[in-house]
Write a protein that binds this ligand. Structure first.
Ligand code: SAH
Ligand code: DHB
Ligand code: MG
Length: 220
C-alpha cells in the first residue's frame, strides 16, 4: 500500500503514544533490530483480543516489548501475557519498558529458546497465541498453539508473507519453508479457521474450531 492508505489507517486507528515512541527510539539506540510489529498490526491484535475476550495470552518473540504493550492494553483487569524471548538483552530491555508502560504486573518475560520453554506450558490454557520469533519452527509452533489454546482461541502470526518470499518460487530456505508450511496448515488444517491479512508483512490469523455449535462449516 504505497498510495497513502496505510498511513491514513495507522494515523486514524493506531497513533503511538509517548511510551511506544520512546520504546522504538531507545530500541534503535540500543541496537535492537527494527522488527517490532507495526502500529496498525498492534491495533489489529487489540481488536482480535477484545473480540474473543482474551485474558491469558502467550507471545513467542518479545524483542523490546512493543507488541506486548499493545496487547496488554487490550486485556481486562486480571489479564496476563507470558512472552518468550531467547536473547537475555532483549528480555532485559523489554522488562524495563514494560515497567515504564505500567504493564509489568501483567506481563511475564521468560528467557529461553521457545521450543525448550513450550513443553513446560503443557496443560495450561491460553486464549490467544502470538507467534513472532524465528520462522523455521513455525509448523511446530502451530501445533503448540493448537494444543495450548481453548476452543475459540486465537493464533496470530507476524510475517505470514515473509517479505514476499512465500510466493517467490525461487525462495527455498528453511525460514521461508517454515512460513509456507505454517500458512498451509492455517489454510487447510480442519482444527482451525484461518486467513492471512496482508497488513504489514502479512498477519496470519486462525481460530481454533469447536467453540460454538457450527452446524455446517462453509469451509468444508
Ligand atoms: N514481537 C516483537 C518482535 C519480535 S522480533 C514486537 O513486535 O515487539 C523476534 C524476537 O524473537 C527477537 O527478539 C528474537 O531474539 C526472538 N527469538 C528468535 N528466535 C527465538 C526462539 N527460538 N525462541 C525465543 N525467542 C526467539
Ligand atoms: C525477522 C523476524 C521478524 O519477526 C520480523 O518481523 C522481521 C524479521 C527476522 O528474523 O529476520
Ligand atoms: Mg515479526
Amino acid at each position: 500500500m504505497d498510495d497513502g492508505t496505510g498511513e491514513y489507517l495507522a494515523a486514524l486507528f493506531a497513533p503511538e503514544d509517548e511510551t511506544l515512541l520512546t520504546l522504538r527510539e531507545e530500541a534503535d539506540r540500543s541496537g535492537l533490530p527494527p522488527i517490532s510489529i507495526s502500529p496498525d498490526e498492534g491495533r489489529l491484535l487489540q481488536v482480535l483480543l477484545r473480540a474473543i475476550g482474551a485474558r491469558r495470552v502467550l507471545e513467542v518473540g518479545t524483542l523490546g516489548g512493543y507488541s506486548a504493550i499493545w496487547m496488554a492494553r487490550a486485556l481486562p483487569s486480571g489479564g496476563t501475557i507470558l512472552t518468550l524471548e531467547i536473547e537475555p538483552a532483549h528480555a532485559e530491555f523489554a522488562r524495563r519498558h514494560l515497567a515504564r508502560a505500567g504493564v509489568a504486573d501483567r506481563v511475564e518475560v521468560r528467557v529461553g529458546r521457545a521450543l525448550d520453554l513450550l513443553p513446560a506450558l503443557d496443560g495450561q490454557r491460553f486464549d490467544a497465541v502470538f507467534l513472532d520469533a524465528d520462522k523455521e519452527p513455525l509448523p511446530t509452533y502451530f501445533e503448540w498453539a493448537v494444543r495450548l489454546l481453548r476452543p475459540g482461541g486465537l493464533i496470530v502470526a507476524d510475517n505470514a508473507l515473509w517479505g514476499g518470499r512465500v510466493l517467490d518460487g525461487r525462495a527455498d530456505d528453511e525460514a521461508t519453508r517454515g512460513v509456507r508450511e505454517f500458512n498451509r496448515r492455517l489454510a487447510t488444517d480442519p482444527r482451525v479457521t484461518g486467513i492471512v491479512v496482508p497488513t504489514h508483512d502479512g498477519v496470519g490469523i486462525g481460530v481454533v474450531n469447536g467453540g460454538g455449535s457450527v452446524v455446517s462449516d462453509p469451509a468444508g
